[in-house]
Design a protein around this ligand. Structure first.
Ligand SMILES: [Mg+2]
Length: 374
C-alpha cells in the first residue's frame, strides 16, 4: 500500500482537485497504463470519468470480497451471542435436519420414485486445502454406491466430469460436471437392465471449449503471484480456488480475475464456497441439469417422482429453486451455519449426508423385503 496524491481535474471549472488517498497498486492496476505519465510533482492525473470508473470498480471489488466472506465461513464459531443462537434456532425450525425428519420424508415418498442428486465438494467430501485431494471416504463411497443401486443417482458438480469421476469411481451413476454443462449417463455395462439402457451425453457449451482453455492459461499467469490461489480447468468452466489465499489478498485476486474477464463478455463470474467460478453466459446451471436428467429418465411431467438434491454451495441454489418451482422434491442444504437458501431441509456436514444416504438404503431394503413377504 502506497500513499500517492491523485489529481482529478474538474472538467467544468477547469481546476484540479487534489485528493490524497491511499491507493493500493492492485486497485489501480487496470488503469495505471492509461494514467501515466505522472505530473512533474509526481501526481497522476486522471479524468473525472476515469475516477468514477475506478471508484465503481473499487465498490464492485469490495462487494465481491464481502460476498466471498459471507459464502465461505471457515468454521462454526466456538462461542455465539444470544442473537446468533436465536438466529440459528429459527433457521433450524425453518430448515430442519433431514435426519430428524427422516420418517416424514420417506412417508412422503410413498408411491414415488426417488431420484438422487448429489453435489460433490462439501457434500460427499470435506472441503480441504488442496482441491486435488478432496477425496471421499470409502464409507461414503459405499453409501453412494448402495443409493445408486436402489435409486437413479447423479453427481452434480462444478468440477470437470472426469475429475469428479476419478474421486467417486462408481460406474452406475450419472455425472453432471462443469455445473451441469457436461452430462453423461452410466455405461451400458454398469446397467442392470440393459434393455432399458439409454446413452446420455449432453454438452450445451461445446462452442466455449477453446475460449475456456485460453482464459485458463491467462488466469494461471495473472494469479501466479498470489500465494495460495489455484486455478482449475473444469473443461466447460474454470474455478479459481481461494481457500488457501490470505483474506487480505482476496481483493487483489478478484480484481485480477475480473480484469481478465473484461476481454471475454461471453463469460461470467460467479462464486461458490471458497471458489470463484468462470463460466459461459448460456442459461444453463445445476437446476437446468436436474431438469434435463429428470426428462432423460422419463420423469419430465411425472407426479410420481421425488427428486432429492443435496448440496452445500451457492451454485446448488439453482437446483433448490427448480424443486421449489416444480413443487416437487426435496432440497437439502449442507451447512453448519444459517444461510439464506431455497432448500427445505439441512444436514450439517458430509458425515450426516452419509448417515442420511445409509438410512435411505436401509429403509428401501426393508420396504422391498416387506413386499416380498406379502
Ligand atoms: Mg459443493
Amino acid at each position: 500500500m502506497t500513499n500517492q496524491n491523485v489529481v482529478v481535474p474538474d472538467a467544468r471549472k477547469g481546476i484540479g482537485i487534489t485528493i490524497a488517498m491511499a491507493l493500493s497498486k492492485s486497485l489501480l492496476s487496470p488503469f495505471v497504463p492509461k494514467l501515466l505519465p505522472a505530473a512533474p510533482d509526481g501526481c497522476f492525473t486522471i479524468s473525472r470519468k476515469m475516477f468514477s470508473k475506478k471508484t465503481e470498480t473499487e465498490g464492485k471489488t469490495h462487494s465481491w470480497v464481502d460476498s466471498m466472506r459471507d459464502s465461505s465461513p471457515t468454521r462454526a464459531k466456538p462461542t455465539t451471542s444470544l442473537s446468533e443462537t436465536e438466529e440459528k434456532n429459527t433457521w433450524i425450525v425453518n430448515h430442519p435436519s433431514a435426519l430428524n425428519m427422516f420418517e416424514q420424508i420417506v412417508n412422503g415418498s410413498k408411491g414415488k420414485q426417488i431420484v438422487m442428486f448429489l453435489d460433490y465438494d462439501g457434500t460427499l467430501s470435506p472441503i480441504v486445502e488442496d482441491p486435488d485431494r478432496a477425496f471421499m471416504t470409502n464409507e461414503m463411497r459405499e453409501a453412494v454406491r448402495d443409493v445408486g443401486r436402489y435409486f437413479p443417482t447423479a453427481i452434480v458438480t462444478g468440477r470437470c466430469r472426469d475429475k469428479v469421476y476419478s474421486f467417486v469411481r462408481l460406474a452406475g451413476l450419472y455425472y453432471a460436471g462443469s455445473h451441469g454443462m457436461d452430462i453423461k449417463g452410466p455405461s451400458k455395462n454398469s446397467c442392470r437392465n440393459k434393455k432399458d439402457y439409454q446413452d446420455v451425453l449432453f454438452q450445451p457449451a461445446s462452442e466455449f471449449l477453446r475460449m475456456i482453455d485460453e482464459v485458463y492459461n491467462v488466469l494461471l499467469e495473472r494469479t501466479k503471484c498470489i500465494p495460495g490461489a489455484k486455478v482449475e480447468d473444469n473443461k466447460f468452466c474454470i474455478s479459481v480456488h481461494f481457500r488457501c489465499v490470505e483474506e487480505k489478498m482476496w481483493a487483489t485476486l478478484v480484481e485480477r480475475v475480473r480484469s481478465v474477464l473484461n476481454g471475454y463478455p461471453k463469460l461470467r463470474l460467479t462464486q461458490g464456497r471458497k471458489v470463484l467460478e468462470i463460466r459461459p453466459t448460456i442459461k444453463w446451471d445445476k437446476g437446468k441439469a436436474l431438469e434435463f436428467l429428470l426428462e432423460s429418465l422419463g420423469y419430465a411431467n411425472s407426479t410420481d417422482v421425488l427428486p432429492v438434491y443435496i448440496g452445500d454451495d451457492r451454485t446448488d441454489e439453482d437446483a433448490f429453486k427448480v424443486l421449489r418451482s416444480r413443487g416437487q422434491g426435496l432440497g437439502i442444504l449442507v451447512s453448519k451455519v444459517p444461510k439464506e437458501t431455497n432448500a427445505s431441509y439441512s444436514l450439517q456436514e458430509p458425515t450426516e449426508v452419509k448417515d442420511f444416504l445409509r438410512r435411505l438404503v436401509e429403509w428401501k431394503r426393508s420396504t422391498l423385503q416387506g413386499q416380498c413377504r406379502v
